[in-house]
Design a protein around this ligand. Structure first.
Ligand code: GRF
Length: 202
């Protein structure tokens, strides 16, 4: 069994998506392990979840930098320091720069609470409700230089119910989002593990 692929997870909030990945990674045979968790702001429950799991954490607030380029460089240094095979944005509410992505030298995934390309941006659930769609959902995609525009790796549909509020719909979406993120990470890291260089036969 090849070594699990190394995940660095970035959060901005409650970290229930991170928790789902931590719980999955605790199962024998899951092909990935979280090696560090970072946030763009202090005081997130997501970082507390990582600390409770005994993981290294870091916080890199944008406000502590003179500009976004400086913040992107600092965040890249933090993330690369953990040697990730995959970086996962799990409710991470910042847009990273193309130079950040180039500097990673590994894929970055993001999870988004709508069926991209519908409703990109920071208010996906509110926008879906306002549009009156009958079905929304969650997307996991590769991060590219655009805003929520990278190749889609997985979709999960969620019905919009009569009387749904932004909160009720988002919570229902997050249930599917957590399942989808765990499965997409499993799929791409298991494939990656298959293509990983074979250990020399001793
Ligand atoms: C998720 O729906 C994510 O897509 C969105 O905010 C939510 C974060 O949830 N950006 P959590 O912080 O993982 O609980």
């Amino acid at each position: 069994m090849p070594a699990p692929r190394r995940l660095v997870v970035l959060v901005s909030g409650t970290g229930t998506l991170l928790q789902a990945v931590l719980d999955a990674a605790a199962e024998p045979g899951y092909p990935a392990a979280v090696v560090a968790v970072g946030a763009d702001r202090a005081g997130t429950e997501g970082v507390e979840r990582a600390r409770r799991a005994g993981l290294p954490t870091f916080v890199e607030p944008l406000a502590e930098h003179p500009d976004r380029a400086s913040w992107n460089r600092a965040l890249l240094d933090r993330v690369r320091g953990f040697g990730p095979d995959v970086v996962v944005g799990a409710g991470f509410m910042k847009v990273v720069s193309p130079s950040f992505l180039d500097g990673l030298r590994c894929p970055m995934l993001n999870t988004h609470p709508s069926l991209l390309p519908s409703f990109p941006g920071a208010h996906a659930v509110r926008d879906a409700l306002a549009a009156g769609v009958a079905v929304s959902g969650a997307t996991v995609h590769r991060v590219d230089a655009g805003l929520d525009t990278g190749p889609v790796l997985g979709h999960a549909e969620v019905p919009v119910l009569p009387g749904d509020t932004e909160t009720t719909l988002h919570e229902r979406i997050k249930t599917e989002e957590r399942r989808l993120l765990v499965e997409v990470i499993r799929r791409i890291t298991r494939a990656d593990a298959r293509t990983a260089p074979r250990q020399p036969q001793t």
